[in-house]
Design a protein around this ligand. Structure first.
Ligand code: ATP
Length: 250
């Protein structure tokens, strides 16, 4: 039987004050797809990620995850348990060690002590190349190391949907390559034999080209173009997308 879409937005709009920031967006993301959201600053990429994560309520429209429309709080809680979000600013807990950063929130969810998740967390830290940093604090890490730790923390909940908001924007080019390779490895391998779906807002067209199999061009709160990454980025037919790509190439 075909897998249901990992995520679907059906006619979703968001109005804040009298400002329409997401304008009637309908969008389906298949299980295992890697989708990049690109577009000008302020076009609505982060808002779409936040809607998918349940951090920004839709004013109108509905959201489905894995074939279920999310209506009740319990639906959203289940969705949030199956999803993980990665932020540009890493959002690590500054007062906790790397190891505790990975275990703390998950331990609360599983109602166990953080120490019960130590082996699991160390295996994840090892897989992102940060096992030797387990006892350090975030201020003692480079940007690339912080994002790897944030990724280990995201993965401890065994997510089926990864929502990434500019995950490489705070990184130097070398660290971008490392995080890109890791994300690709995870997305291609899946987790617990389940496909991992990724929706990623990014300013970096090189990252979108290397990472995504599908690209959405967001403009003024709408999806203005949607297609395979290579076709959309290398042979854009929409004039607004041509202008956007030309502007950021300079
Ligand atoms: N809480 C808020 N209150 C009012 N306006 C908001 C709020 N959050 C976002 N906006 C507005 O919504 C629009 C879309 O913002 P969003 O952050 O989604 O864009 P973006 O494409 O991610 O931008 P960037 O590339 O600069 O991060 C912007 O005009 C922004 O000012």
């Amino acid at each position: 039987m075909a897998q249901p879409n990992a995520l679907a937005l059906n006619g979703v709009s968001v109005t804040i004050g009298d400002h329409l920031i997401v304008d009637h967006v309908s969008l389906s993301v298949g299980a295992g797809e890697r989708v990049a959201l690109i577009g000008p600053s302020g076009s609505g990429k982060t808002s779409l990620i936040r809607i998918a994560a349940g951090l920004q309520p839709a004013t109108t429209g509905s959201i489905e995850a894995f074939g279920k429309t999310l209506t009740r709080r319990s639906d959203w809680r289940t969705h949030q348990r199956r999803s993980a979000m990665l932020f540009q600013a890493f959002n690590l807990y500054e007062m906790h060690t790397v190891l505790t950063n990975v275990t703390w929130a998950e331990a609360r969810l599983r109602k166990v002590k953080p120490s019960a998740l130590r082996d699991e967390a160390m295996a994840l830290l090892d897989s992102v190349g940060c096992a030797s940093l387990a006892e350090r604090y975030p201020y003692q890490l480079s940007g690339g190391q912080k994002q790897r730790v944030a990724l280990a923390r995201a993965l401890i909940g065994r997510p089926r949907l990864l929502l990434l908001d500019e995950p490489t924007a705070s990184l130097d080019p070398e660290a971008v390559g490392g995080v890109l390779d890791l994300l690709l490895q995870i997305a291609k391998a899946g987790i617990d034999r389940q496909p991992v779906t990724v929706l990623c807002a990014t300013h970096e067209i090189g990252f979108a080209r290397s990472f995504a199999d599908r690209v959405l061009f967001v403009q003024a709160g709408r999806i203005a173009a949607d297609g395979p990454a290579a076709a959309l980025l290398d042979k854009p037919s929409l004039p607004a997308l041509q202008r956007f790509l030309a502007a950021i190439a300079h």
